[in-house]
Design a protein around this ligand. Sequence first.
Ligand SMILES: Nc1ncnc2c1ncn2[C@@H]1O[C@H](COP(=O)(O)OP(=O)(O)O)[C@@H](O)[C@H]1O
Ligand SMILES: CC(C)(COP(=O)(O)O)C(O)C(=O)O
Length: 265
Amino acid sequence: MVIRAFAPGSVTGLFAPPPAEGGASRGASFAIRDGVVVELEPADTISVTVEGEPAPFEPVEGLCSDLGVTASVDVRPEVPLGHGFGASGAATLATAIAAADAFDLPRSRAELVDAAHRAEMAAGTGQGDVFIQERGGLLWTTDAGIRRTVPSSPIEYATAGGIDTATMLDDEAFMTAARRAGIRGLDALDSEPTLRQLAERSREYVAETGIATSFVDRQIERVEAAGGAAGMALFGETVFAVDVDGILPERTHVSPVGARLLSGT
Ligand SMILES: Nc1ncnc2c1ncn2[C@@H]1O[C@H](COP(=O)(O)OP(=O)(O)O)[C@@H](O)[C@H]1O
Ligand SMILES: CC(C)(COP(=O)(O)O)C(O)C(=O)O
């Protein structure tokens, strides 16, 4: 029997890697209405396809091994893969939820999220994404812990291509700059930040870490010229914007809800 599950994509506007002495990464990210559906079916071996075609998907394969299940998983993304919409986290989290149902695994939702997180970390494809995708909303790290709000303003975005997450996470010079810029950006957020404020801090972060491509710079300038605010979706050649109408080609909203089973036994 095929089990289907959905997880929202997510956009990270600020990212600070864990401190040198260890611990968790920090950041500010929001879940979006568009995400990833997976269709999972118990099978003799683990295999992953994207819309029916065999494709590499290390975190999904790693998750299945970790959960001790063999299944075929078809990933059906509503967002482009590798463009900073957290598609790897969404696919991995949705797979965890579908596998728990298909195999009747005695695991709590928190344990499934942790398993998805471990698989993302091991593959180098994500750090905090699955925690945002599990809950929905805008989540950001403060000294007192993780805070959450659900902004309702429309979001526009434009994407020109992918940036390999694992390559960025392996780049020590970037990670050092990201730690400094990320913490500065998080410290500058209000106690109840708006999406506009996140976009403005994200724009500063992008300038400080030097990761913008000319496409990203150009789109941010177009948005600002129209009175809006824009930042970069980490890690993709993707710009998100608020307080504009029709400047960037795509439109979405924050998803107030997180990952869920679509059909089960
Ligand atoms: N055509 C594709 N382009 C990019 N990634 C792909 C593709 N097909 C499968 N993948 C897998 O999707 C995942 C993308 O992960 P990542 O680079 O973290 O991007 P995202 O920003 O979408 O989370 C990787 O596990 C990669 O192997
Ligand atoms: C910053 C990043 C590691 C980027 O990952 P991705 O969205 O997969 O490109 C992230 O969002 C996270 O998981 O904290």
